[in-house]
Design a protein around this ligand. Structure first.
Ligand SMILES: [Zn+2]
Length: 195
């Protein structure tokens, strides 16, 4: 909906789904579920790490179907300790060996002022968060940092193939901007000069 359609922006309370609405919707789609009897391990042996952004449908943008991939999401698609935790379970217990990191244009974590957010949280809750915020200066830096964090982790299998893509929110296209040193190093023989 646009402002031109309605003449005014809906109040936030009008937009929030109620529990009844969510359950009612579920009753209409439950018959179409594809998962009865489906194995929990991803069929394509792939885990996707991406942003929580509401405009992204991770499986759809990659042409993957339900049951084919794990999807691990947080603000920014940042490789935090908790992402490593999930990937460890994905790899050790569910057999995934490929990781696709997808960041996107116009991400809220790009250029976010960490000090301002910490100040806001402290004012509101009386406590300053100790956890890292994970903001990044630009799209490519965020993606490269995420891939570097995966490669530096002691808990990611060494034979993991890692892809880094940037998703354009406006066009829907993916580009492999992070396929430089990271994946080249991971897939080439004799990569002793990797730092
Ligand atoms: Zn984002």
């Amino acid at each position: 909906m646009s402002q031109q359609d309605s003449g005014k922006q809906p109040e936030p309370d009008e937009l929030r789904p109620s529990a009844d609405e969510l359950i009612e919707h579920n009753r209409h789609v439950a018959d179409t579920v594809k998962t009865p009897g489906m194995a929990a391990a991803p069929r394509r042996h792939v885990a996707v790490v991406t942003c929580m952004d509401a405009r992204i449908e991770p499986l759809a943008e990659l042409g993957l179907d339900i049951g084919e991939a794990h999807v691990i999401r947080n603000a920014g698609g940042v490789v935090t300790d908790d992402v490593i935790r999930s990937l460890s379970i994905s790899q050790q217990k569910m057999g995934t060996r490929e990781i696709v990191v997808v960041h996107h244009t116009s991400c809220g974590m790009c250029g976010l002022d960490e000090t301002e957010l910490r100040d806001q949280l402290e004012r509101r809750f009386g406590e300053r968060p100790e956890w890292p915020i994970g903001a990044f200066a630009d799209d490519q830096t965020g993606l490269r940092d995420a891939i570097a964090a995966l490669e530096a982790s002691s808990f990611i299998e060494r034979d993991t193939i890692i892809f880094g893509f940037l998703y354009d929110i406006e066009t829907g296209f993916l580009t492999d901007v992070a396929l430089g040193e990271a994946v080249t190093a991971a897939t080439s023989a004799g990569s002793s000069d990797v730092t």
